[in-house]
Design a protein around this ligand. Structure first.
Ligand code: NAD
Ligand code: SER
Length: 311
C-alpha cells in the first residue's frame, strides 16, 4: 500500500482514515475524494461521485493508486428514506470501484456492517459465517457488496478485503445518518446540555467500537499477509456491546447529573432490533490478529475530553 485513493473521504470514517493514512504513508500518497469538499484543504483532493465510473477511473489513474479505500455510501436510516439512491451509491458505486480496481490492478478495502445480518440471524453471538437475510436496503447493499468483493477476488484475483464494522463512535466528524448515531449524539449532548433524548429504546444492545480502533482494523487488515486470510469479505470485528443506559452510566462517572430520556423512533428501533446483540470476531482475531484497544470507560474519557475542548 503506497498510493491510496479514499472515496467518501469527507464522512465520519473518511475524515479520520485520511489523516491516519497520511501519517502512515505521507500526505501526497493519499488522494481524498468525495462529493463534498470538507477537509479538501488538508491535502490532495478530487471531487469524485462513485456512481460515475469514468470520473473515478480518471482520479485513480492520475494518482497512480495501488489501493482504494472505498468509504462512499448511504447509511441505514437515510437508506430507508432513499432506497433507490442507496442501491445506486452502495451497489453501483462499489461495482465501479471494483471495475476500476480490476483495470488498474488496485487492492480494495470496503467496509461492510452489522447491518449485513437480519432478523433470522443468530443474534448473540453472531458467528462469522451465518444466515444473512437483512430487511433494510442498506443491509441488502452490504450483503451484495460482500458477495461482489468475494467474486472479484475468486474470479479476477483482485485483492479485496473488508470488515463488518459495528456502530462507530467518534468526535471528529459527525455521523452520516445511521441507526447507531445515538451513541455519538449522546456524548455531544452530554457536553452541550448535560441531557439527551434517545431515539432507541432502553435495553437496545448493539456492538460498538471507538474510531481509532476502527481505523487501525482497516489498516491492519490491508497490511496482513494474504496467505493468512481464509475469509476476506467481510470479517466480523467488535469492541463492546452497549445500550443507551450503559453509555449514560459511563458518562455519569464524569457528569453525575447527566439525564437520559427516551423518545423512540419506530423506524430506527426496528432496524436496531433486526441487528445482532453481539458478533463473534474470532475469525479476525485468528486470521490477522485483530484486537480492540478501547473499552467503554477509556472511550468515554477520551470522547468527553475531546468534545469539551471542541464545543
Ligand atoms: P458517512 O455517511 O459519514 O460518509 C459517507 C461519505 O460518502 C460522505 O462524506 C458522503 O458525502 C460520501 N458520498 C455519498 N454519496 C457519494 C457518492 N455518490 N460519491 C462519492 N461520495 C459519496 O459514512 P461513514 O460512517 O464514514 O461510513 C463509511 C463506510 O463505512 C460506509 O460503507 C458505511 O456503510 C460503513 N460503516 C460505517 C459505520 C459507522 O458506524 N459509521 C458502521 C458500519 C459500516
Ligand atoms: N452505523 C451504521 C448505521 O447505523 C452501521 O452500519 O447505519
Amino acid at each position: 500500500m503506497k498510493r491510496i485513493v479514499v472515496t467518501g473521504a469527507a464522512g465520519q470514517i473518511g475524515t479520520e482514515m485520511v489523516a491516519r493514512l497520511r501519517d502512515e504513508y505521507g500526505t501526497d500518497a493519499v488522494l481524498a475524494t468525495d462529493i463534498r469538499s470538507a477537509g479538501s484543504e488538508l491535502g490532495p483532493f478530487a471531487f469524485v461521485d462513485v456512481t460515475n465510473g469514468e470520473s473515478l477511473d480518471a482520479a485513480v489513474g492520475r494518482h497512480r493508486a495501488d489501493t482504494i479505500f472505498h468509504l462512499a455510501a448511504v447509511l441505514s436510516a437515510v437508506g430507508e428514506r432513499r432506497p433507490q439512491l442507496t442501491y445506486q451509491v452502495n451497489i453501483g458505486g462499489l461495482f465501479n470501484v471494483l471495475e476500476v480496481a480490476r483495470a488498474r490492478g488496485c487492492a480494495v478495502f470496503t467496509p461492510s456492517s452489522i447491518a449485513a445480518f437480519g432478523p433470522n440471524t443468530p443474534p448473540d453471538p453472531t458467528p462469522q459465517d451465518t444466515i444473512q437475510r437483512p430487511n433494510t436496503m442498506y443491509g441488502v447493499s452490504k450483503v451484495a457488496g460482500e458477495l461482489l468483493c468475494d467474486y472479484y477476488f475468486t474470479r479476477f484475483g483482485l485483492d479485496t478485503r473488508g470488515v463488518r464494522y459495528p456502530g462507530l463512535i467518534s468526535h471528529v466528524a459527525e455521523p452520516g445518518g445511521g441507526t447507531t448515531d445515538y451513541a455519538v449524539e449522546i456524548y455531544y449532548e452530554a457536553v452541550r446540555r448535560n441531557r439527551y433524548e434517545c431515539f432507541l429504546a432502553e435495553g437496545t444492545q448493539l456492538d460498538m467500537m471507538y474510531m481509532p480502533d476502527a481505523i487501525r482494523a482497516a489498516i491492519e487488515l490491508m497490511e496482513a499477509p494474504a496467505d493468512s486470510l481464509a475469509h476476506r469479505n467481510a470479517f466480523n470485528v467488535t469492541a463492546m456491546q452497549l445500550t443507551p443506559e450503559k453509555i449514560a452510566e459511563s458518562i455519569r462517572r464524569r457528569r453525575p447529573d447527566f439525564e437520559l430520556s427516551y423518545d423512540v423512533d419506530p423506524e430506527r428501533q426496528a432496524i436496531a432490533e433486526s441487528w445482532p446483540r453481539r458478533i463473534d470476531d474470532s475469525a479476525a482475531r485468528t486470521e490477522w490478529g485483530w484486537e480492540a484497544r478501547y473499552d467503554l470507560e477509556a472511550m468515554t474519557d477520551e470522547m468527553l475530553d475531546e468534545l469539551e475542548r471542541k464545543l
